[in-house]
Design a protein around this ligand. Structure first.
Ligand SMILES: [Zn+2]
Length: 531
Protein backbone atom coordinates (compact mmCIF):
# COMPACT_ATOMS: atom_id res chain seq x y z
CA UNK A 1 0.00 0.00 0.00
CA UNK A 2 2.78 2.41 0.90
CA UNK A 3 4.01 2.37 -2.66
CA UNK A 4 0.57 3.31 -4.00
CA UNK A 5 0.36 6.79 -2.56
CA UNK A 6 3.17 8.44 -4.46
CA UNK A 7 1.80 6.95 -7.66
CA UNK A 8 -1.66 8.36 -7.08
CA UNK A 9 -0.09 11.70 -6.26
CA UNK A 10 1.81 11.75 -9.50
CA UNK A 11 -1.26 10.84 -11.50
CA UNK A 12 -3.30 13.62 -9.95
CA UNK A 13 -0.51 16.14 -10.46
CA UNK A 14 -0.16 15.08 -14.06
CA UNK A 15 -3.84 15.65 -14.64
CA UNK A 16 -3.68 19.09 -13.05
CA UNK A 17 -0.64 19.94 -15.07
CA UNK A 18 -2.45 18.99 -18.27
CA UNK A 19 -5.40 21.10 -17.24
CA UNK A 20 -7.79 18.21 -17.82
CA UNK A 21 -9.27 18.05 -14.33
CA UNK A 22 -12.69 19.64 -14.33
CA UNK A 23 -16.15 18.81 -13.18
CA UNK A 24 -17.39 16.30 -15.75
CA UNK A 25 -20.99 16.61 -16.80
CA UNK A 26 -22.95 13.61 -15.63
CA UNK A 27 -25.54 11.71 -17.71
CA UNK A 28 -27.98 9.64 -15.68
CA UNK A 29 -29.10 6.31 -17.12
CA UNK A 30 -31.59 3.73 -15.89
CA UNK A 31 -31.81 0.18 -17.22
CA UNK A 32 -33.08 -3.28 -16.35
CA UNK A 33 -30.71 -5.86 -14.84
CA UNK A 34 -30.66 -7.85 -18.09
CA UNK A 35 -28.32 -5.29 -19.68
CA UNK A 36 -26.39 -4.35 -16.54
CA UNK A 37 -23.24 -6.36 -17.36
CA UNK A 38 -23.03 -4.77 -20.81
CA UNK A 39 -23.63 -1.21 -19.61
CA UNK A 40 -21.06 -1.56 -16.85
CA UNK A 41 -18.55 -2.85 -19.39
CA UNK A 42 -19.32 0.01 -21.79
CA UNK A 43 -19.26 2.99 -19.42
CA UNK A 44 -15.46 3.24 -19.01
CA UNK A 45 -14.96 3.35 -22.78
CA UNK A 46 -17.62 6.01 -23.15
CA UNK A 47 -16.21 8.15 -20.35
CA UNK A 48 -12.77 7.81 -21.90
CA UNK A 49 -13.85 8.99 -25.35
CA UNK A 50 -16.38 11.66 -24.38
CA UNK A 51 -16.39 14.61 -21.99
CA UNK A 52 -19.21 13.02 -19.98
CA UNK A 53 -19.60 10.74 -16.98
CA UNK A 54 -22.41 8.22 -16.62
CA UNK A 55 -24.36 7.52 -13.47
CA UNK A 56 -26.19 4.22 -14.03
CA UNK A 57 -29.05 2.83 -11.97
CA UNK A 58 -30.38 -0.69 -12.51
CA UNK A 59 -33.75 -2.15 -11.62
CA UNK A 60 -36.22 -4.75 -12.76
CA UNK A 61 -37.71 -4.64 -16.26
CA UNK A 62 -41.17 -3.56 -15.17
CA UNK A 63 -39.87 -1.38 -12.34
CA UNK A 64 -37.66 0.59 -14.73
CA UNK A 65 -40.54 1.09 -17.13
CA UNK A 66 -42.79 2.34 -14.35
CA UNK A 67 -40.17 4.79 -13.09
CA UNK A 68 -39.77 6.25 -16.58
CA UNK A 69 -43.55 6.45 -17.16
CA UNK A 70 -43.92 8.13 -13.75
CA UNK A 71 -41.45 10.79 -14.80
CA UNK A 72 -38.47 9.98 -12.57
CA UNK A 73 -35.87 12.14 -14.31
CA UNK A 74 -33.20 10.01 -15.98
CA UNK A 75 -31.42 11.42 -19.04
CA UNK A 76 -31.26 8.07 -20.84
CA UNK A 77 -33.85 5.43 -19.98
CA UNK A 78 -33.39 1.91 -21.37
CA UNK A 79 -36.60 -0.09 -21.38
CA UNK A 80 -38.12 -3.27 -22.76
CA UNK A 81 -41.05 -3.31 -25.20
CA UNK A 82 -43.98 -3.17 -25.12
CA UNK A 83 -44.03 0.26 -23.52
CA UNK A 84 -47.14 2.17 -24.64
CA UNK A 85 -47.46 3.72 -21.15
CA UNK A 86 -43.97 5.20 -21.49
CA UNK A 87 -44.67 6.63 -24.95
CA UNK A 88 -47.98 8.05 -23.73
CA UNK A 89 -46.36 9.59 -20.66
CA UNK A 90 -44.49 12.20 -22.70
CA UNK A 91 -41.32 11.58 -20.65
CA UNK A 92 -39.29 10.18 -23.55
CA UNK A 93 -38.55 11.57 -27.01
CA UNK A 94 -40.43 8.97 -29.07
CA UNK A 95 -38.28 9.47 -32.16
CA UNK A 96 -35.12 8.77 -30.16
CA UNK A 97 -36.03 5.08 -29.68
CA UNK A 98 -32.85 3.11 -30.44
CA UNK A 99 -32.83 -0.70 -30.16
CA UNK A 100 -29.58 -1.76 -28.48
CA UNK A 101 -29.67 -5.51 -28.07
CA UNK A 102 -31.84 -8.52 -27.39
CA UNK A 103 -31.45 -11.04 -24.65
CA UNK A 104 -32.72 -14.59 -24.30
CA UNK A 105 -33.73 -16.57 -21.24
CA UNK A 106 -31.04 -19.18 -20.61
CA UNK A 107 -30.60 -22.26 -18.47
CA UNK A 108 -27.85 -22.65 -15.86
CA UNK A 109 -26.51 -25.62 -13.91
CA UNK A 110 -24.11 -25.77 -10.98
CA UNK A 111 -20.48 -25.60 -12.17
CA UNK A 112 -19.27 -29.03 -13.19
CA UNK A 113 -22.74 -30.56 -13.55
CA UNK A 114 -23.78 -32.33 -16.73
CA UNK A 115 -25.46 -29.96 -19.17
CA UNK A 116 -28.93 -31.05 -20.31
CA UNK A 117 -30.12 -30.84 -23.92
CA UNK A 118 -32.33 -27.76 -24.43
CA UNK A 119 -32.06 -27.58 -28.21
CA UNK A 120 -35.77 -28.12 -28.99
CA UNK A 121 -39.06 -27.17 -27.29
CA UNK A 122 -39.73 -30.89 -26.65
CA UNK A 123 -36.35 -31.31 -24.91
CA UNK A 124 -36.97 -28.20 -22.76
CA UNK A 125 -40.38 -29.52 -21.80
CA UNK A 126 -38.98 -32.94 -20.89
CA UNK A 127 -36.24 -31.28 -18.82
CA UNK A 128 -38.65 -29.09 -16.84
CA UNK A 129 -40.90 -32.08 -16.17
CA UNK A 130 -38.00 -34.28 -15.04
CA UNK A 131 -35.99 -31.95 -12.75
CA UNK A 132 -36.84 -31.92 -9.04
CA UNK A 133 -36.72 -28.14 -8.75
CA UNK A 134 -35.76 -24.99 -10.64
CA UNK A 135 -35.34 -21.33 -9.83
CA UNK A 136 -36.09 -18.16 -11.78
CA UNK A 137 -36.70 -14.48 -10.97
CA UNK A 138 -40.05 -13.66 -9.38
CA UNK A 139 -42.27 -11.99 -12.02
CA UNK A 140 -44.30 -10.25 -9.31
CA UNK A 141 -41.13 -8.30 -8.47
CA UNK A 142 -41.18 -6.92 -12.02
CA UNK A 143 -38.36 -9.11 -13.38
CA UNK A 144 -38.75 -9.28 -17.16
CA UNK A 145 -36.99 -12.68 -17.33
CA UNK A 146 -39.52 -14.01 -14.80
CA UNK A 147 -42.49 -12.56 -16.70
CA UNK A 148 -41.17 -14.03 -19.94
CA UNK A 149 -40.43 -17.49 -18.52
CA UNK A 150 -43.77 -17.78 -16.71
CA UNK A 151 -45.40 -17.12 -20.07
CA UNK A 152 -43.25 -19.85 -21.65
CA UNK A 153 -44.44 -22.34 -19.01
CA UNK A 154 -48.06 -21.30 -19.58
CA UNK A 155 -47.73 -21.47 -23.39
CA UNK A 156 -46.22 -24.96 -23.09
CA UNK A 157 -49.22 -25.91 -20.95
CA UNK A 158 -47.11 -27.21 -18.05
CA UNK A 159 -47.29 -24.31 -15.62
CA UNK A 160 -49.75 -25.96 -13.18
CA UNK A 161 -47.87 -29.25 -13.39
CA UNK A 162 -44.44 -27.83 -12.54
CA UNK A 163 -45.64 -25.16 -10.11
CA UNK A 164 -44.70 -27.13 -6.96
CA UNK A 165 -41.07 -27.30 -8.06
CA UNK A 166 -40.69 -23.60 -8.85
CA UNK A 167 -38.38 -21.64 -6.59
CA UNK A 168 -38.95 -17.92 -7.23
CA UNK A 169 -36.04 -15.64 -6.43
CA UNK A 170 -35.63 -11.91 -6.04
CA UNK A 171 -33.87 -11.18 -9.33
CA UNK A 172 -31.58 -13.13 -11.64
CA UNK A 173 -28.56 -13.17 -9.33
CA UNK A 174 -30.56 -14.79 -6.53
CA UNK A 175 -31.96 -17.38 -8.95
CA UNK A 176 -28.40 -18.31 -9.89
CA UNK A 177 -27.28 -18.36 -6.26
CA UNK A 178 -29.92 -21.00 -5.55
CA UNK A 179 -28.35 -23.15 -8.28
CA UNK A 180 -24.80 -22.55 -7.01
CA UNK A 181 -25.85 -23.53 -3.48
CA UNK A 182 -27.49 -26.69 -4.80
CA UNK A 183 -30.91 -25.61 -3.51
CA UNK A 184 -32.35 -26.29 -6.96
CA UNK A 185 -31.30 -28.47 -9.86
CA UNK A 186 -31.35 -25.86 -12.61
CA UNK A 187 -31.95 -22.11 -12.82
CA UNK A 188 -33.28 -19.81 -15.51
CA UNK A 189 -32.81 -16.11 -16.11
CA UNK A 190 -31.50 -13.82 -18.85
CA UNK A 191 -28.42 -15.40 -20.40
CA UNK A 192 -26.43 -12.20 -19.75
CA UNK A 193 -27.19 -12.54 -16.03
CA UNK A 194 -26.04 -16.19 -15.90
CA UNK A 195 -22.61 -15.35 -17.27
CA UNK A 196 -21.78 -12.92 -14.46
CA UNK A 197 -22.62 -15.27 -11.59
CA UNK A 198 -20.20 -17.50 -9.72
CA UNK A 199 -20.77 -21.22 -9.13
CA UNK A 200 -23.00 -21.69 -12.17
CA UNK A 201 -22.45 -22.50 -15.82
CA UNK A 202 -24.64 -21.56 -18.75
CA UNK A 203 -26.18 -24.44 -20.66
CA UNK A 204 -27.57 -22.26 -23.44
CA UNK A 205 -30.65 -20.28 -24.33
CA UNK A 206 -34.23 -21.50 -24.75
CA UNK A 207 -35.42 -21.95 -28.36
CA UNK A 208 -36.90 -18.68 -29.67
CA UNK A 209 -40.17 -20.40 -30.67
CA UNK A 210 -41.06 -20.92 -27.00
CA UNK A 211 -39.17 -17.98 -25.52
CA UNK A 212 -39.34 -14.70 -27.45
CA UNK A 213 -36.26 -12.54 -26.99
CA UNK A 214 -36.50 -9.44 -24.84
CA UNK A 215 -35.32 -6.25 -26.54
CA UNK A 216 -33.68 -3.33 -24.83
CA UNK A 217 -34.39 0.07 -26.30
CA UNK A 218 -32.68 3.31 -25.32
CA UNK A 219 -34.43 6.69 -25.33
CA UNK A 220 -33.50 10.29 -24.71
CA UNK A 221 -35.67 11.71 -21.96
CA UNK A 222 -37.75 14.80 -22.73
CA UNK A 223 -36.30 16.14 -19.46
CA UNK A 224 -32.66 15.41 -20.33
CA UNK A 225 -30.43 18.03 -18.71
CA UNK A 226 -28.33 18.07 -21.87
CA UNK A 227 -30.15 16.35 -24.77
CA UNK A 228 -27.04 16.40 -26.99
CA UNK A 229 -25.03 14.57 -24.31
CA UNK A 230 -27.85 12.03 -23.92
CA UNK A 231 -27.84 11.54 -27.70
CA UNK A 232 -24.10 10.98 -27.71
CA UNK A 233 -24.50 8.25 -25.10
CA UNK A 234 -27.35 6.54 -26.99
CA UNK A 235 -25.25 6.59 -30.16
CA UNK A 236 -22.33 5.04 -28.29
CA UNK A 237 -24.54 2.31 -26.82
CA UNK A 238 -25.73 1.40 -30.35
CA UNK A 239 -22.28 1.60 -32.00
CA UNK A 240 -20.42 -1.37 -33.54
CA UNK A 241 -18.04 -1.14 -30.58
CA UNK A 242 -20.93 -1.66 -28.19
CA UNK A 243 -22.20 -4.55 -30.34
CA UNK A 244 -19.07 -6.59 -29.57
CA UNK A 245 -19.59 -5.96 -25.84
CA UNK A 246 -23.21 -7.15 -26.09
CA UNK A 247 -21.98 -10.35 -27.73
CA UNK A 248 -19.36 -10.86 -25.03
CA UNK A 249 -21.97 -10.72 -22.27
CA UNK A 250 -24.32 -13.13 -24.02
CA UNK A 251 -26.64 -10.64 -25.73
CA UNK A 252 -27.48 -10.27 -29.38
CA UNK A 253 -26.78 -6.73 -30.67
CA UNK A 254 -29.64 -5.05 -32.55
CA UNK A 255 -29.01 -5.22 -36.30
CA UNK A 256 -27.75 -1.92 -37.72
CA UNK A 257 -30.49 -0.05 -39.61
CA UNK A 258 -30.78 -1.05 -43.27
CA UNK A 259 -28.43 0.85 -45.53
CA UNK A 260 -30.00 4.06 -46.75
CA UNK A 261 -30.86 3.98 -50.41
CA UNK A 262 -28.72 6.22 -52.58
CA UNK A 263 -30.37 9.64 -52.81
CA UNK A 264 -32.70 9.66 -55.78
CA UNK A 265 -32.11 12.12 -58.59
CA UNK A 266 -35.81 12.71 -59.00
CA UNK A 267 -38.71 12.73 -56.54
CA UNK A 268 -40.21 9.34 -55.64
CA UNK A 269 -43.50 8.55 -54.02
CA UNK A 270 -43.92 5.44 -51.86
CA UNK A 271 -47.37 4.21 -50.79
CA UNK A 272 -47.39 2.59 -47.33
CA UNK A 273 -50.11 0.45 -45.77
CA UNK A 274 -51.29 2.10 -42.56
CA UNK A 275 -54.41 -0.05 -42.17
CA UNK A 276 -58.07 -0.36 -43.09
CA UNK A 277 -61.29 1.10 -41.68
CA UNK A 278 -64.43 -1.04 -41.51
CA UNK A 279 -67.38 1.33 -41.82
CA UNK A 280 -70.84 0.56 -40.41
CA UNK A 281 -73.87 1.30 -42.67
CA UNK A 282 -74.66 4.51 -40.72
CA UNK A 283 -71.06 5.50 -41.36
CA UNK A 284 -71.53 5.18 -45.13
CA UNK A 285 -74.74 7.25 -45.14
CA UNK A 286 -72.96 10.14 -43.49
CA UNK A 287 -71.22 10.85 -46.83
CA UNK A 288 -74.59 11.22 -48.61
CA UNK A 289 -74.02 8.05 -50.62
CA UNK A 290 -75.62 4.62 -50.38
CA UNK A 291 -74.01 1.25 -49.78
CA UNK A 292 -75.13 0.27 -53.30
CA UNK A 293 -73.42 3.30 -54.83
CA UNK A 294 -70.13 2.78 -53.01
CA UNK A 295 -70.08 -1.03 -53.54
CA UNK A 296 -67.09 -1.39 -51.19
CA UNK A 297 -67.57 0.46 -47.91
CA UNK A 298 -64.17 -0.29 -46.40
CA UNK A 299 -61.72 2.60 -46.36
CA UNK A 300 -57.97 1.98 -46.69
CA UNK A 301 -55.65 4.17 -44.65
CA UNK A 302 -52.48 4.82 -46.65
CA UNK A 303 -49.44 6.78 -45.56
CA UNK A 304 -47.09 8.29 -48.14
CA UNK A 305 -43.36 8.82 -48.18
CA UNK A 306 -41.90 11.29 -50.65
CA UNK A 307 -38.16 10.96 -51.23
CA UNK A 308 -36.69 14.00 -52.92
CA UNK A 309 -32.99 14.73 -53.63
CA UNK A 310 -33.22 17.45 -50.97
CA UNK A 311 -35.03 15.56 -48.23
CA UNK A 312 -37.98 13.39 -47.30
CA UNK A 313 -41.62 14.18 -46.57
CA UNK A 314 -43.99 11.87 -44.73
CA UNK A 315 -47.65 12.55 -45.52
CA UNK A 316 -50.14 11.19 -42.92
CA UNK A 317 -49.15 8.76 -40.20
CA UNK A 318 -51.86 6.12 -39.84
CA UNK A 319 -54.70 5.23 -37.54
CA UNK A 320 -53.20 3.11 -34.73
CA UNK A 321 -49.87 3.89 -33.03
CA UNK A 322 -47.04 1.45 -33.83
CA UNK A 323 -46.63 0.56 -30.14
CA UNK A 324 -50.19 -0.78 -30.04
CA UNK A 325 -49.68 -2.67 -33.31
CA UNK A 326 -46.54 -4.28 -31.87
CA UNK A 327 -48.36 -5.17 -28.67
CA UNK A 328 -51.19 -6.88 -30.58
CA UNK A 329 -48.87 -8.87 -32.89
CA UNK A 330 -49.15 -11.46 -34.30
CA UNK A 331 -52.83 -10.48 -34.36
CA UNK A 332 -53.79 -7.17 -36.01
CA UNK A 333 -54.42 -4.19 -33.74
CA UNK A 334 -57.99 -2.86 -33.52
CA UNK A 335 -59.21 0.64 -32.68
CA UNK A 336 -62.55 2.37 -32.95
CA UNK A 337 -61.86 5.71 -34.60
CA UNK A 338 -65.48 6.61 -33.81
CA UNK A 339 -68.63 4.55 -33.14
CA UNK A 340 -69.13 3.71 -36.84
CA UNK A 341 -65.54 3.37 -38.02
CA UNK A 342 -63.29 0.51 -36.86
CA UNK A 343 -59.60 0.40 -37.69
CA UNK A 344 -57.56 -2.75 -38.30
CA UNK A 345 -53.79 -2.42 -38.61
CA UNK A 346 -51.24 -5.20 -38.98
CA UNK A 347 -48.08 -3.41 -40.14
CA UNK A 348 -46.21 -0.75 -38.23
CA UNK A 349 -45.32 2.44 -40.06
CA UNK A 350 -41.78 2.36 -38.73
CA UNK A 351 -41.15 -1.20 -40.01
CA UNK A 352 -42.30 -0.12 -43.47
CA UNK A 353 -40.00 2.90 -43.36
CA UNK A 354 -37.16 0.71 -42.06
CA UNK A 355 -37.65 -1.69 -44.98
CA UNK A 356 -36.89 1.32 -47.23
CA UNK A 357 -33.85 2.24 -45.15
CA UNK A 358 -35.40 5.09 -43.19
CA UNK A 359 -35.68 5.63 -39.44
CA UNK A 360 -38.09 8.28 -38.09
CA UNK A 361 -35.06 10.52 -37.53
CA UNK A 362 -34.40 10.46 -41.30
CA UNK A 363 -37.71 12.12 -42.12
CA UNK A 364 -37.01 15.76 -42.93
CA UNK A 365 -40.60 16.99 -43.05
CA UNK A 366 -43.85 15.60 -41.71
CA UNK A 367 -47.26 16.88 -42.82
CA UNK A 368 -50.82 15.66 -42.46
CA UNK A 369 -53.80 16.13 -44.71
CA UNK A 370 -55.68 16.98 -41.51
CA UNK A 371 -55.71 16.23 -37.81
CA UNK A 372 -58.35 13.49 -37.53
CA UNK A 373 -57.41 10.35 -35.61
CA UNK A 374 -57.00 8.13 -38.66
CA UNK A 375 -54.25 10.37 -40.05
CA UNK A 376 -52.20 11.20 -36.97
CA UNK A 377 -51.62 8.01 -34.92
CA UNK A 378 -47.84 7.96 -35.33
CA UNK A 379 -47.10 11.68 -35.44
CA UNK A 380 -45.24 11.53 -32.12
CA UNK A 381 -42.53 9.44 -33.75
CA UNK A 382 -41.71 12.39 -35.99
CA UNK A 383 -41.24 15.03 -33.33
CA UNK A 384 -37.65 15.46 -34.54
CA UNK A 385 -38.79 16.24 -38.10
CA UNK A 386 -39.89 19.69 -39.22
CA UNK A 387 -43.67 19.86 -39.14
CA UNK A 388 -45.26 21.66 -42.11
CA UNK A 389 -48.63 22.91 -40.90
CA UNK A 390 -51.11 25.75 -41.10
CA UNK A 391 -51.47 27.55 -37.76
CA UNK A 392 -55.26 27.22 -38.00
CA UNK A 393 -54.95 23.39 -38.02
CA UNK A 394 -52.28 23.36 -35.33
CA UNK A 395 -54.49 25.47 -33.10
CA UNK A 396 -57.44 23.11 -33.83
CA UNK A 397 -55.28 20.14 -32.77
CA UNK A 398 -54.31 21.53 -29.40
CA UNK A 399 -57.68 23.10 -28.61
CA UNK A 400 -59.10 21.54 -25.41
CA UNK A 401 -62.21 19.36 -25.73
CA UNK A 402 -61.89 18.68 -29.47
CA UNK A 403 -63.50 15.23 -29.93
CA UNK A 404 -62.41 14.45 -33.47
CA UNK A 405 -58.72 14.49 -32.65
CA UNK A 406 -56.56 12.45 -30.28
CA UNK A 407 -53.88 14.76 -28.81
CA UNK A 408 -51.96 11.90 -27.25
CA UNK A 409 -51.08 10.81 -30.80
CA UNK A 410 -49.14 14.04 -31.29
CA UNK A 411 -48.57 15.75 -27.93
CA UNK A 412 -44.80 15.73 -28.57
CA UNK A 413 -45.28 17.96 -31.59
CA UNK A 414 -46.31 20.80 -29.36
CA UNK A 415 -42.58 21.34 -28.79
CA UNK A 416 -41.44 20.29 -32.28
CA UNK A 417 -39.97 22.58 -34.90
CA UNK A 418 -42.76 23.70 -37.25
CA UNK A 419 -43.14 25.91 -40.28
CA UNK A 420 -46.22 28.03 -40.82
CA UNK A 421 -46.79 27.06 -44.45
CA UNK A 422 -49.60 29.55 -44.91
CA UNK A 423 -47.15 32.40 -44.44
CA UNK A 424 -44.94 31.33 -47.29
CA UNK A 425 -47.48 30.07 -49.78
CA UNK A 426 -48.44 31.67 -53.05
CA UNK A 427 -51.77 33.35 -53.69
CA UNK A 428 -53.12 29.94 -54.72
CA UNK A 429 -52.58 28.74 -51.16
CA UNK A 430 -49.82 26.37 -52.22
CA UNK A 431 -46.63 25.60 -50.38
CA UNK A 432 -43.73 24.35 -52.47
CA UNK A 433 -41.91 21.95 -50.12
CA UNK A 434 -38.61 21.58 -52.00
CA UNK A 435 -38.81 24.84 -53.97
CA UNK A 436 -38.83 23.14 -57.36
CA UNK A 437 -42.53 22.53 -57.94
CA UNK A 438 -42.33 18.75 -57.57
CA UNK A 439 -43.95 18.52 -54.13
CA UNK A 440 -46.65 21.03 -53.29
CA UNK A 441 -49.06 21.22 -50.37
CA UNK A 442 -52.29 22.96 -51.24
CA UNK A 443 -54.92 24.25 -48.83
CA UNK A 444 -58.39 22.68 -49.20
CA UNK A 445 -60.12 23.63 -45.96
CA UNK A 446 -63.52 22.57 -44.69
CA UNK A 447 -63.15 18.95 -43.54
CA UNK A 448 -61.03 20.54 -40.81
CA UNK A 449 -59.94 24.20 -40.61
CA UNK A 450 -56.54 23.49 -42.17
CA UNK A 451 -57.30 20.46 -44.36
CA UNK A 452 -54.92 20.23 -47.31
CA UNK A 453 -53.94 18.05 -50.26
CA UNK A 454 -50.56 16.99 -51.62
CA UNK A 455 -49.71 17.52 -55.27
CA UNK A 456 -46.75 15.75 -56.84
CA UNK A 457 -45.27 16.51 -60.22
CA UNK A 458 -43.30 13.36 -60.95
CA UNK A 459 -40.91 12.89 -63.85
CA UNK A 460 -42.55 9.71 -65.21
CA UNK A 461 -45.93 9.46 -63.48
CA UNK A 462 -46.88 13.08 -64.00
CA UNK A 463 -49.15 15.02 -61.67
CA UNK A 464 -50.77 13.12 -58.83
CA UNK A 465 -52.98 14.69 -56.19
CA UNK A 466 -53.12 12.84 -52.87
CA UNK A 467 -56.42 14.31 -51.81
CA UNK A 468 -56.69 13.67 -48.05
CA UNK A 469 -60.35 13.55 -46.99
CA UNK A 470 -61.61 16.05 -49.56
CA UNK A 471 -63.81 13.10 -50.57
CA UNK A 472 -64.12 9.68 -48.97
CA UNK A 473 -66.09 7.67 -51.55
CA UNK A 474 -65.83 8.34 -55.33
CA UNK A 475 -69.65 8.70 -55.81
CA UNK A 476 -69.52 11.83 -53.63
CA UNK A 477 -67.43 13.27 -56.43
CA UNK A 478 -69.05 11.77 -59.52
CA UNK A 479 -72.55 12.69 -58.32
CA UNK A 480 -71.34 16.01 -56.85
CA UNK A 481 -73.05 15.31 -53.57
CA UNK A 482 -73.13 17.82 -50.78
CA UNK A 483 -70.21 17.38 -48.29
CA UNK A 484 -71.03 15.46 -45.10
CA UNK A 485 -72.96 17.37 -42.43
CA UNK A 486 -70.24 16.80 -39.85
CA UNK A 487 -67.56 18.67 -41.78
CA UNK A 488 -65.90 21.37 -39.74
CA UNK A 489 -67.37 23.81 -42.26
CA UNK A 490 -69.67 22.37 -44.95
CA UNK A 491 -69.69 25.53 -47.12
CA UNK A 492 -65.93 25.75 -47.01
CA UNK A 493 -65.66 22.06 -48.00
CA UNK A 494 -67.98 22.62 -50.97
CA UNK A 495 -65.87 25.62 -52.06
CA UNK A 496 -62.64 23.60 -51.69
CA UNK A 497 -64.11 20.78 -53.78
CA UNK A 498 -65.07 23.22 -56.53
CA UNK A 499 -61.64 24.84 -56.44
CA UNK A 500 -59.84 21.45 -56.55
CA UNK A 501 -62.01 20.20 -59.46
CA UNK A 502 -61.05 23.33 -61.37
CA UNK A 503 -57.40 22.70 -60.55
CA UNK A 504 -57.60 19.05 -61.65
CA UNK A 505 -59.12 20.07 -64.94
CA UNK A 506 -56.48 22.73 -65.51
CA UNK A 507 -53.45 20.63 -64.52
CA UNK A 508 -54.71 17.22 -65.71
CA UNK A 509 -53.60 15.78 -62.38
CA UNK A 510 -54.82 12.33 -61.32
CA UNK A 511 -56.68 12.40 -58.02
CA UNK A 512 -56.11 9.71 -55.41
CA UNK A 513 -58.90 9.80 -52.83
CA UNK A 514 -57.01 8.51 -49.82
CA UNK A 515 -59.86 6.41 -48.41
CA UNK A 516 -61.08 5.03 -51.76
CA UNK A 517 -60.75 1.26 -51.71
CA UNK A 518 -60.49 0.82 -55.48
CA UNK A 519 -57.81 3.48 -55.92
CA UNK A 520 -55.62 2.67 -52.95
CA UNK A 521 -55.70 -1.13 -53.18
CA UNK A 522 -54.84 -0.76 -56.87
CA UNK A 523 -51.66 1.26 -56.24
CA UNK A 524 -48.23 -0.33 -56.15
CA UNK A 525 -47.00 -0.42 -52.56
CA UNK A 526 -43.53 0.19 -51.14
CA UNK A 527 -40.83 -0.88 -51.84
CA UNK A 528 -42.20 -0.17 -55.34
CA UNK A 529 -42.59 3.56 -55.99
CA UNK A 530 -43.91 6.18 -58.38
CA UNK A 531 -41.35 8.50 -59.91
ZN1 LIG B 1 -59.72 10.06 -42.74
Amino acid sequence: MKKMFPLVGIAVLALFAGGTVRAQEEISLVAPGGIQAAIEALIPGFEHTSPYKVKATFGSGLGTKKQVADGVPFDVPIIQPPYPEVLDSGHVVVSSATPLARVAVGVAVRTGQKKPDISTPAKVRALLLSVKSFSYPDPSGGAAAGVSFTKTLQDMGIYEQVKPKIHLSRGGAAAMEAVAKNEVEIGLTFYSEILTEKGVEAVGVLPESISPRTSLVAFVSTHAKNPEAANVLVRYLSSPEAASTYRKVGMEPAPPPAAKPAPSKTARLYVLDCGMLNIDPEGVARYHVTQKEVVESRMPVPCFLVVHPNGTLLWDTGTIPDADVERAAPRPALYDVNPVSHAVVSKTLKSQLAALGYAPADITYVAISHAHKDHTANLNQFAASTWLVRPIEREFMFRPGNERVEPKFYNQLERAKWIDISKDESKDAEYDVFRDGTVVIKAAPGHTPGHEVLVLNLAKSGRIMVAGDLYHYPPERTFARRPPDNEFNVEQSAASRAMIEEYLKKTKATIWIQHDYRTITGLKKAPAFYE
